[in-house]
Design a protein around this ligand. Structure first.
Ligand code: SF4
Ligand code: SF4
Ligand code: FES
Length: 240
C-alpha cells in the first residue's frame, strides 16, 4: 500500500493510503475518544466524539470516517475539541436516564469511562427525563432504552456479523429507538438467533444479560476479531 505523510499534533507521521485518521492516530499511540466506533464494525461517524481539527477545514471532522491524505495537518486535542467532546457526552447523559448506581454496567460502561476521562462531574443541560420503556420480553437478554446512546453497534453487528438483521432504528432525534423485527417486542422476534453479539458490543447497560446484578455485567468482545480473522482467512482460501 503506498505510504503518505501527514502531520498530527505537530509531528510528521507516515501512514498507509486508505487508513482513517483514527487508525493512523492509534497506530502512533495517540488516543482519540470514540463511542460509536468499534474495530471490526463498519464505521458510521455518528457520535462525533472522535472529531479532530483539520487545517483548511472550517469545521472539525470525525476521524473514524476521514481518510488520511498526503500533507494533511491534523490536531487531535485542543481546548475547543475537549470542550466539544465534553458537551457531546453531557448531551448524551442529559438525553436519556443514565443512573449509574443502579445499572448492571456500572464501572464497566464506556459512556461512564468517557465522562470520567473528560472530567465531567456535572451536566450543564436540562435532563429530558424521558420515561422510555424497557423490553425484557426476550428470555436471556433485555433492552433498556433509557440507557441507549444510539451508537448502532447492535444494528451493525447483528446485520454484518450475525446476518440476522433483527435491529433497526425507529424515529428521529432524541426520541428515536432501536427496534426488533420492525418494531415488535424482542421476545417475539423470529429473526433473532439469541447469539448475544449485540449485548456484548453495546457500550452501555442498554443491552444486558438477564440475571446480572448491579455492576456485574462484563462484556466479552474478543469474539469479533476471531470471527473476522476466520472470514479473512476463508476469503484468502486458507483454513478458517
Ligand atoms: S442476539 Fe444476535 S441475532 Fe439476536 S438481536 Fe442480538 S445480534 Fe441479533
Ligand atoms: S442498544 Fe446499545 S449498542 Fe444498541 S444503539 Fe443502544 S447503546 Fe448502542
Ligand atoms: S467514533 Fe467517530 S463518530 Fe463516533
Amino acid at each position: 500500500m503506498p505510504a503518505i505523510t501527514l502531520t498530527i499534533n505537530n509531528d510528521l507521521i507516515s501512514a498507509r493510503q486508505g487508513q482513517t485518521l483514527l487508525e493512523v492516530a492509534r497506530e502512533h499511540g495517540i488516543e482519540i475518544p470514540t463511542l460509536c466506533h468499534l474495530d471490526g464494525l463498519e464505521a458510521m461517524g455518528g457520535c462525533r466524539l472522535c472529531l479532530v481539527e483539520l487545517q483548511g477545514s472550517s469545521r472539525p471532522v470525525p476521524s473514524c470516517v476521514t481518510r488520511a491524505a498526503e500533507g494533511m495537518v491534523v490536531t487531535t486535542h485542543s481546548d475547543k475539541l475537549v470542550e466539544y467532546r465534553k458537551m457531546l457526552v453531557e448531551l448524551l447523559l442529559a438525553e436519556r436516564t443514565h443512573t449509574c448506581s443502579i445499572c448492571v454496567q456500572n464501572n464497566n460502561c464506556e459512556l461512564q469511562t468517557l465522562a470520567a476521562k473528560l472530567g465531567i462531574d456535572h451536566v450543564r443541560f436540562d435532563y429530558l427525563n424521558q420515561q422510555l420503556p424497557m423490553d425484557a420480553s426476550r428470555e436471556r437478554f433485555a433492552l433498556d432504552h433509557n440507557r441507549c446512546v444510539l451508537c448502532l453497534r447492535c444494528v451493525r453487528v447483528c446485520d454484518a456479523v450475525e446476518g440476522a438483521h433483527t435491529w433497526d432504528v425507529r424515529g428521529r432525534g432524541s426520541t428515536s429507538r432501536i427496534v426488533a423485527d420492525l418494531d415488535r417486542p424482542w421476545g417475539t422476534s423470529t429473526s433473532c438467533t439469541d447469539c448475544g453479539k449485540c449485548v456484548q458490543l453495546c457500550p452501555t447497560g442498554a443491552l444486558f444479560k438477564k440475571g446480572a446484578t448491579v455492576g456485574e455485567m462484563r462484556k466479552e468482545r474478543s469474539f469479533l476479531n476471531r470471527i473476522l480473522e476466520r472470514r479473512r482467512l476463508a476469503a484468502q482460501g486458507g483454513t478458517p
